[in-house]
Design a protein around this ligand. Structure first.
Ligand SMILES: [Zn+2]
Length: 189
């Protein structure tokens, strides 16, 4: 039995829509990119309505982007945040974005993380998370976020990870609604 290696790549549109040289200095700049990625993923039919990006917190440099790739790559773990974590760590050649002497990193995600992504947020090493739409917004179009509890957030906060919720929530929710009304696939619903 030969099982093919797991390969994770971006859809083609990433190379001509993402501006890698720009500095995303404000929280809104960062969130706008995450929402734009979620929208592109829906419009170009490459996955679910979720986008994410990781930035150097001090400089606003873009390190990686992520978009839901579950169906495209036949992999239940490839949520937008997971793709962003994997690509950032691959690019920086490290298994954690948290080092004693390195810069801090911030994740922007177009929707509050599910149970898997919230767990991975802890291991990823990002120090701050910006969230757009809420889990209730996702649930409204039948996506289940899994076992995420207020205690889950408290646990991460105790470990120094700061969360901002509801950033540009209406814009982020618009993309969820767009996906819902276009009858996109609800995997793991
Ligand atoms: Zn997730």
């Amino acid at each position: 039995m030969i099982i093919p290696p797991v390969q994770i790549d971006y859809p083609d549109w990433v190379q001509h829509t993402v501006d890698w040289d720009r500095r995303y200095t404000s929280d809104h700049d960062k969130m706008r990119l995450a929402i734009d990625l979620s929208r592109q993923n829906v419009v170009r039919k490459t996955g679910g309505p979720f986008g994410a990006a990781i930035f150097n917190a001090a400089t606003g440099e873009l390190v990686s982007v992520g978009m839901n790739s579950v169906v495209r790559l036949n992999n239940c773990t490839l949520h937008g945040e997971m793709v962003a974590f994997m690509m950032a760590q691959s690019r920086l050649s490290c298994f954690s974005l948290r080092t004693s002497d390195g810069p801090e990193y911030v994740l922007a995600t177009s929707c509050e993380p599910c149970a898997m992504c919230l767990g991975a947020t802890l291991w990823s090493g990002v120090r701050r998370v910006l969230c757009g739409a809420s889990r209730d917004d996702a649930r409204r179009i039948d996506f289940d976020e899994g076992p995420v509890f207020p205690d889950s957030y408290a646990y991460l906060a105790e470990r120094g990870i700061r969360f901002e919720h509801g950033l540009l929530r209406d814009e982020a929710d618009e993309v969820l609604q767009l996906y819902g009304s276009s009858k996109g696939i609800i995997y793991n619903g």
